[in-house]
Design a protein around this ligand. Structure first.
Ligand code: DGI
Ligand code: FE
Ligand code: FE
Ligand code: FE
Length: 187
């Protein structure tokens, strides 16, 4: 594996400072959520730190990797909002030398969520939404819900995301909708 200094240097070189600060925020919030949910805080902090490693990779590179590295070609019908997590793991494996499948799965699911979510998947998904730099109507409520109950945090976030996508007439990735049906429905 890379030394932590090398890992931080590669992460920093891959993105602008605003995105880097977001990644630090997600890392710290992931650590807190891990402590609250009996999960390994160091592992959660690492997953949070690298979750957006691929956020600023150009479209052409994503398209090339989708075509040549065995990804589902249906991904070509979506955009970089979807690619930076699912396809981003290719760059995280090859460039950051991260091989832990739990971490890679959490990164793969960090934008869309999924019907099945591990504790780490939930931690990174929710931390991404509520980290201290996030500022949007509803973020305070999202923080309150998520720190009280991680599953409800996932449900709150997916409802908010679906609402945002519909309002903006954006294409909904099937996993996002399937996840909404599992995590956001009132019991
Ligand atoms: O990378 P971040 O900005 O930190 O956060 P993220 O990875 O959760 O990405 C959020 C963006 O992804 C947000 O603009 C909504 C978008 N998104 C989430 N689910 C879907 C989606 N976009 C489309 N088109 N379809 C989805 O199902
Ligand atoms: Fe992201
Ligand atoms: Fe997210
Ligand atoms: Fe993020």
């Amino acid at each position: 594996p890379l030394s932590s200094e090398e890992l931080v240097a590669r992460e920093k070189a891959k993105m602008d400072d605003k995105r880097f600060q977001h990644c630090i925020g997600v890392s710290e919030t992931s650590r807190k959520l891990a402590e609250l949910n009996n999960y390994d805080p160091d592992k959660a902090a690492l997953a949070g730190f690298i979750h957006d490693y691929a956020k600023q990779i150009p479209n052409e590179k994503f398209i090339e990797v989708i075509k040549k590295q065995g990804f589902d070609q249906d991904l070509l019908n979506y955009n970089r909002a979807i690619w930076h997590g699912i396809v981003g793991t290719y760059f995280i494996e090859t460039e950051l030398k991260i091989t832990d499948p739990e971490i890679l799965t959490a990164i793969r699911r960090h934008t869309t969520a999924d019907t099945e979510m591990t504790t780490l998947d939930k931690i990174v998904f929710v931390a991404d939404f509520i980290e201290p730099h996030r500022d949007f109507p509803g973020v305070e409520e999202a923080r309150k819900v998520a720190f009280a109950n991680l599953d409800q945090g996932v449900g709150y976030e997916l409802a908010h995301t679906l609402d945002f996508l519909v309002k903006n007439r954006q294409k909904i990735y099937p996993k996002t909708l399937a996840a909404y049906n599992v995590w956001s429905i009132k019991k």
